[in-house]
Design a binder for this molecule. Structure first.
Ligand SMILES: Nc1ncnc2c1ncn2[C@@H]1O[C@H](COP(=O)(O)OP(=O)(O)OP(=O)(O)O)[C@@H](O)[C@H]1O
Ligand SMILES: [Mg+2]
Length: 258
């Protein structure tokens, strides 16, 4: 298993091409925000092990590096992993706040990255989707909006587990991670259907683990904008696509299309 240093690449190797790709993702999200508020985001994917948590942590760092006050939240109450990348505790956090056993202030930890804050999962509950769908969760999101510029929720996969779809309508947008050579086309389609069914706003797809021209697999990410809910292309949509297209065809990506 890669070390947390290798996983938090934007922090530890800010000059690497991969860190640059995450900054491109950050820029695309910032441009997307021009078309409506994008302050609270959720990251999910069709199935397990597609790179949701890795993407979330590095995007969080990239956003914090640009001066935003950023909170990343471990809302994967089934297989929490964010704490491993950050080297922080997962056993205090979200569920403590939702159940009222801890104040919000006590449940948030700082990280080694300036401006980046972390809320762990807290004790894992028997009923994650109920907690995520609770009124307490709505209230919490409201409070976080007033405290942070950006809030990112790490969620379980959306095809087999309902949690991400429960939370999705309560946030401003969803990023869907697709892992090259791993995510089945049909599963990716199903993920999109599950999210659209609940009225989620899918901001875009992050393609993880693209084969680089050197032949090895690397943490190379790109992002393209696709807001499938706004078919009619407005001027601002066109602007988003242009930005996305720049990110989509980097010289060295040699991406694999499936
Ligand atoms: N681009 C990549 N290149 C190599 N390894 C990667 C890449 N992206 C993720 N991994 C590795 O794959 C594993 C799963 O990554 P991660 O935990 O980010 O996925 P996830 O989608 O959040 O998984 P889960 O479904 O368990 O929440 C980790 O061991 C991670 O280090
Ligand atoms: Mg994960």
């Amino acid at each position: 298993m890669p070390s947390s240093k290798e996983m938090l690449i934007v922090h530890h190797s800010p000059k690497s091409p991969v860190a640059e790709a995450y900054r491109t993702l950050r820029t695309n999200i910032q441009f997307t925000a021009l078309g409506g508020k994008v302050q609270v985001l959720l990251i999910t994917s069709a199935g397990p092990d597609e790179g949701k948590t890795t993407t979330l942590a590095n995007l969080g760092v990239a956003l914090a590096q640009s001066g935003s006050r950023v909170l990343i939240v471990n809302a994967d109450l089934r297989r929490p992993a964010l704490h491993r990348i950050l080297g922080r505790h997962e056993r205090i956090g979200l569920t403590n706040v939702l159940l009222g056993t801890m104040t919000l202030e006590a449940a948030i930890q700082d990280t080694e990255v300036p401006n980046l804050y972390y809320m762990g999962s807290g004790p894992l509950p028997p009923n994650p989707s109920e907690l995520l769908g609770s009124e307490a969760m709505v209230e919490l999101i409201g409070r976080l909006r007033s405290l942070y510029d950006m809030v990112l929720f790490d969620c379980p996969p959306v095809v087999a587990i309902t949690d991400a779809a429960v939370l999705a309508p309560r946030v401003d947008g969803v990023l869907l991670v697709v892992r090259a050579g791993h995510t089945e086309r049909q599963a990716a389609r199903q993920a999109r259907i599950n999210l659209q069914r609940v009225g989620a706003r899918i901001l875009g797809v992050v393609l993880n683990d693209v084969e680089m021209r050197s032949g090895r697999y690397g943490y190379y990410y790109y992002y393209y904008y696709r807001d499938s809910q706004r078919e009619a292309a407005s001027d601002s949509d066109a602007a988003h696509r242009e930005v996305a297209a720049t990110a989509q065809a980097p010289e060295e990506s040699g991406e694999k299309r499936r």
